[in-house]
Structures are given as structure tokens and as C-alpha cells.
Design a binder for this molecule. Structure first.
Ligand code: NAD
Length: 334
């Protein structure tokens, strides 16, 4: 099939070419992010292959359908950026990669916690400047502290397993409790109890209408004073302005983000020569107790290989059977 690959970075090209080694599909690599003005670049293709910040709203889907696109193959697990109902109405199937490496994201979450707690980001810069003062670098023992995971799917479970290894007490909140999590020694509690009990709160739920701004001013007020909040799920699960308020008052002790609600205009690009226009994001960058990475939790060799292989497998199954291996439909997730 002819596949227009949007938001292509060199690593996408390398892993997709390797996964398509028999040359079964014709891959057209495009740097551009998919958006209304860029839809025309998909002309002549059967499939659009997209990433997390591509626009797959109703307007884009209408134009893709007019171009004859029959499948959107996401190179991601999350699909909150796709209007599934609009896709269905326009006869476009949507595929995703539901599981590639939960360990990649869970391990990055642990890396953020360790760095933020022990101020590695500040220590690194100081030592390079010949400043060996320890002032402001004090952390706390992870051993014995309470870690709360919101969402205990594949990534939440892998994350709790890691934190158990540090000797943390584990609490969890999910709409669907999982026996494997309880067998690890984690206790399921309601959301308010998790917020009240946790020294570290880590978000591993998808972005849905229910989880949009789940962490808002009220939720932050319900946390332990000085709690650490970590988000490697999707940016809009946190109301960023509320988090800034919590950081200013000291109610929120520290914040680690791999995702940000307005990341689409920032992440994955080198903007180091430009003035950042997003004042909320710019404010976040001023806090010494905020650590941000640009949506890189998935970014391991193992994960990229698995994403590329499943993306090609989805496209091959669609060509062969008329349905991808991992379809996402509006009914499934209504
Ligand atoms: P998953 O589907 O295995 O697990 C998600 C869990 O969240 C499920 O157990 C579900 O019941 C729970 N959940 C759903 N709605 C909830 C709610 N309202 N309250 C509490 N729990 C709720 O998904 P996963 O593979 O573990 O991935 C989790 C999320 O991580 C994805 O949706 C995606 O947004 C994000 N993610 C981020 C990166 C990254 O690079 N930063 C990479 C992959 C995935």
C-alpha cells in the first residue's frame, strides 16, 4: 500500500524501513505535522501513518477521505487526538500500537522521579560550572515513602513494579482494579485517598473526557503538602495553570512532566533559536523544582522497533483482510 508517513523524524524512517524490509509497502516520508494545510501531501496514498501531535480531527479526516485514504495507522498507543466517530462516518479505519514497551515509559517515569528528588538536573549544571555546593540539593529516601499510581494498565503496573523495588508503599486508583497489582502489594483506594496518602503521584491513565484536568486546583489541594506529581501519560490530564498555582504556594512540592497539554506547538522540534510564545510553559521552566522532558518516555530502541513492526503489521493486515490487527473504534471506547 502507499503510505504517507507524517511527522517523520530520522528514527521513524530508519525503523519503518527496517520493518518494511520486503518492500511490501511504499513509504512516503513527510517531515510535516498533519494539519488542515498539510493534508494535500497525502494525495495518492491509501494510508496515513501519524504520531501523537498530528491533527486527526473531523476537518482533516473529511479531507483525507476525499483523497481516498482508507486507514490511519497510528504509531502510538494513545488515540485521544483522533475523532473516532468522524473517522467511522467517513469510512476510515484507525489502527494503533496498543503495547510496545510499557517498560520504556515506566523506566523514564522512575528516571524523572530520581532526578527530581535528588536534583540531578541542578547538580549536573552546577558541577560543570565548578560549583560543588550542596545547598538546595537535598532529597528524601524513596524507601518507605508512599507512591500512588493513577491508572494501573500496562505502564502503571510496570511502574509500580519498579517502585516496589525501591521499597515504597504502593497505592493505586483505577476504574478497573487489577489482581496483578494487588499481588504486588499495592492497595487500591479511591482517588481522594490516593491524593491524600501519596508522597509521589504518577499519572498512567489515558486522556479521556473523564480524565481531562483530573489534576486540577481541588485535586492539588487534596494532596499531601509538598507532594511530587509526575505525568508521563497525556498533558491535559493536568490543568497546568492549577499546577503552577500549587508550585507557587508550595502545596505541590515538585513536578515532573514528559507531556504538556499544549505540547503540539513545542515538542519534537529544535526551537532553541526562537522565543517561546507559550507563557504558561515558559513559567514552568522558571521553577527549580520542575523537570520537563519533551515526550521522550517511549524513546528507546526496543520501543521504536516494536512500534515500527506493529505499524507495518497493522497496514499489512488491513491490505490482506480489510482490517488492521489493532483497530480503534468509536464503539470500543464510547
Ligand atoms: P492501558 O490501557 O494499558 O492502561 C490505562 C489504564 O487507565 C487502564 O487500566 C484504565 O482502566 C485506566 N483508566 C482509564 N480511565 C481512567 C480513569 N478515569 N481513572 C482512572 N483510571 C483510568 O494503557 P497504558 O499502555 O498503560 O498507557 C497509559 C497511557 O500512557 C496512554 O493512554 C498514553 O496516553 C500514555 N503513554 C505515554 C507515552 C509517552 O511517551 N509519554 C507512551 C505511551 C503511552
Amino acid at each position: 500500500m502507499r503510505v504517507a508517513v507524517f511527522s517523520t523524524k530520522p528514527h521513524d524512517e530508519r525503523f519503518l524501513i527496517a520493518a518494511n524490509q520486503d518492500g511490501r509497502h511504499e513509504l512516503l516520508f513527510l517531515d510535516a505535522r498533519l494539519s488542515p494545510p498539510m493534508v494535500a501531501a497525502a494525495a495518492g496514498a491509501d494510508v496515513v501513518c501519524a504520531f501523537v501531535n498530528d491533527d486527526l480531527g473531523a476537518e482533516v479526516l473529511t479531507e483525507l477521505a476525499a483523497l481516498g485514504i482508507r486507514l490511519v495507522a497510528l504509531r502510538s498507543a494513545g488515540f485521544n487526538h483522533v475523532d473516532l466517530l468522524a473517522a467511522k462516518e467517513r469510512g476510515i479505519a484507525v489502527a494503533r500500537v496498543p503495547e510496545y514497551s510499557p517498560h520504556a515509559i515506566a523506566e523514564h517515569t522512575a528516571a524523572l522521579i530520581l532526578s527530581l528528588n535528588r536534583k540531578i538536573h541542578r547538580a549536573y549544571a552546577r558541577v560543570r560550572e565548578g560549583n560543588f555546593s550542596l545547598e538546595g540539593l537535598m532529597g528524601f529516601d524513596l524507601h518507605g515513602c508512599t507512591v500512588g499510581a493513577i491508572g494501573t494498565g500496562k505502564i502503571g503496573r510496570a511502574f509500580l513494579g519498579i517502585m516496589r523495588g525501591f521499597g515504597c508503599d504502593l497505592v493505586a486508583y483505577d476504574l478497573f482494579p487489577n489482581a496483578e497489582v494487588e499481588a504486588m502489594g499495592a492497595r487500591y483506594v479511591d482517588l481522594q485517598s490516593l491524593l491524600a496518602q501519596s508522597d509521589i503521584i504518577s499519572l498512567h491513565c489515558p486522556l479521556t473526557p473523564e480524565t481531562f484536568h483530573l489534576i486540577n486546583t481541588d485535586a492539588i489541594a487534596a494532596m499531601r503538602k509538598g507532594a511530587m506529581l509526575v505525568n508521563t501519560s497525556r498533558g491535559a490530564v493536568i490543568d497546568t495553570s492549577a499546577a503552577i498555582g500549587g508550585l507557587k504556594s508550595g502545596q505541590l512540592g515538585s513536578l515532573a512532566l514528559d507531556v504538556y497539554e499544549e505540547e503540539g506547538d513545542l515538542f519534537f522540534e529544535n526551537l532553541s533559536d526562537q522565543v517561546i510564545q507559550d507563557d504558561v510553559f515558559a513559567r514552568l521552566l522558571t521553577f527549580p523544582n520542575v523537570l520537563i522532558t519533551g515526550h521522550q518516555a517511549f524513546f528507546t530502541e526496543d520501543a521504536l522497533r516494536a512500534i515500527a513492526e506493529m505499524t507495518i503489521a497493522n497496514i499489512s493486515a488491513f491490505e490482506r483482510d480489510g482490517a488492521p490487527l489493532h483497530a480503534v473504534s468509536s464503539e470500543q471506547f464510547a
